[in-house]
Design a protein around this ligand. Sequence first.
Ligand SMILES: [Zn+2]
Length: 112
Amino acid sequence: MISCVRVKDGVEFTKIAPAGFHILAAIDSAAAFIAHDLTITSACDGEHSGPDDPHKRGEAFDVRSHDLPDKQLALQAIMNSLGTLKFYGFIEDETEANEHLHVQLRHGIIYP
Ligand SMILES: [Zn+2]
C-alpha cells in the first residue's frame, strides 16, 4: 500500500513559500518512510502566533500526530530530510487534545 499525504478539510494553502515546498516534500517522504499516511491539519489557516507567524507566510505546517504509531519517528523522518540548521520541528501540545507535529523554517532564516 502506498502511504501518502492527506489534508484535513478546510485547511487553506493560501501561500506556499519555497521553504514550505521543502517542508511538504519532507512530509511526503516521511509518509513513505514510516509507511503511514500523514495528515496536514494546518497550513496558512487557523489561529497561530500573529502577523509574524511562519504559517501565514507558507513556511510552516502542522501534521496530525495522535493517529501515528510512532510520532517521534515521524518527526525524525521529516527533520532528517530538512536538516535542523534551517528548519525546526517539534511535537506541540504533547499529550493534549490539540497535539500535533509543527514544522517550520527557523525564525530569522531568509530562504532560499
Ligand atoms: Zn503550527
